[in-house]
Design a binder for this molecule. Sequence first.
Ligand code: NAD
Ligand code: ZN
Ligand code: ZN
Length: 383
Amino acid sequence: MGTQTAVVYAEPGRAEVREVPLPSLDVRPAPGVLPRRCDHGVIIRTLATGVCGSDQHTLHGPGAAPGMVLGHELTGIVTEVGRDVERVSVGDVCSVPFNVACGRCANCRSGLTSHCLSVNPARPGGTYGMGEGFGGWCGLQAEFALVPYADFNLYVLPDADQAGERLLDVALLGDVLPTGYHAALNARVRPGSTVYIAGAGPVGLACAAACRLLGAAAVLIGDFNTERLAHARTVGFEPVDLSRGDLADAVAEITGRRHVDAGIDCVGASASGLDGEGTPPAAAFNDVVSVVGPGGAVAVPGVYPGGGAPLGVRLGGIWSKALTVTSGATPARRYQDELARAVLLGGFDAGKIVGATAVPLAQAGDAYARFAAGAGRKFILVP
Ligand code: NAD
Ligand code: ZN
Ligand code: ZN
């Protein structure tokens, strides 16, 4: 069996580039599932594969095994199709949604591809490159990758040449664009809405971009990272430096009211310590809740750990204002067609807004370290 270059988990907090075996349709793709040839899968040659905040959770979490291939954001060209694949052909340029989904279970049939019942023996929902707890599916930050259930999972881009020209926009269709858009829809953003987004990382910026698509009147983004806040300003959003003063004062200064219509937590459990000693893991969420007005909606794409660890959520703030809260992993495939049209036909320059920046796959270790240090960029690895 031949080898290829891939990004692997090396040790807690560190990713590195190594040679790993090429993927094959002949072997079962994940432990515990599919103990047979993957005839419903395809092999994809990578054109672009993103580095995500979620990869940082994998690098620091308990689920990664040394040598495991990382990554879950892939755009590439199909090079081999399994015997049972009907609507994807060799040469197609595809975006891979980050959720692994079978397309056959009750949850997939209802559109909840984020919680497929067949691809992870541990619990509903599977993802590439996050270890056994997410189904053990091989990561996508490699020269080639296997994608199962290809007919159901893949979004085939309408024009391969156009996709190549817009690669840094198209590369966002697998995760951050659907995630930002799903959150904006769940937060009931509409024309004229005022929105507060916690976190100016790629997910926060993608969400801000989605809010703009949906007609929001003012999109405020809060963070402590001045490089990211400066970038948010250059692409037309209202930055809020959380190290300076009161959030409601900042909201009032920009919108004329002390509350917003919609709030979105694009941070998740705070492990950075950026906001000081003694802050609860739910600090960003609590900020969002504090500035959303009565009857408003809060969406939470940021990841919070399952299990019993106390997060310090101020439930009273939610109850007293009758807020609606939605959360969880995004069913990314649901939104890819419309977002691709917004990018390819509608001039939606998502890559520029998110700060998408191409980096050679061989320099992935450096890109991971710069991202972890808070660079105001979304790194897209290119073989
Ligand atoms: P990131 O780590 O690059 O961005 C997070 C940002 O939040 C950083 O800029 C950080 O400085 C800032 N921050 C920290 N504490 C803050 C606070 N209290 N208030 C405001 N900002 C604060 O990560 P990312 O790639 O943008 O992803 C964001 C989150 O979304 C992560 O938890 C990631 O795992 C998650 N995510 C979820 C989904 C989903 O399907 N729900 C998909 C992709 C990513
Ligand atoms: Zn991601
Ligand atoms: Zn399923």
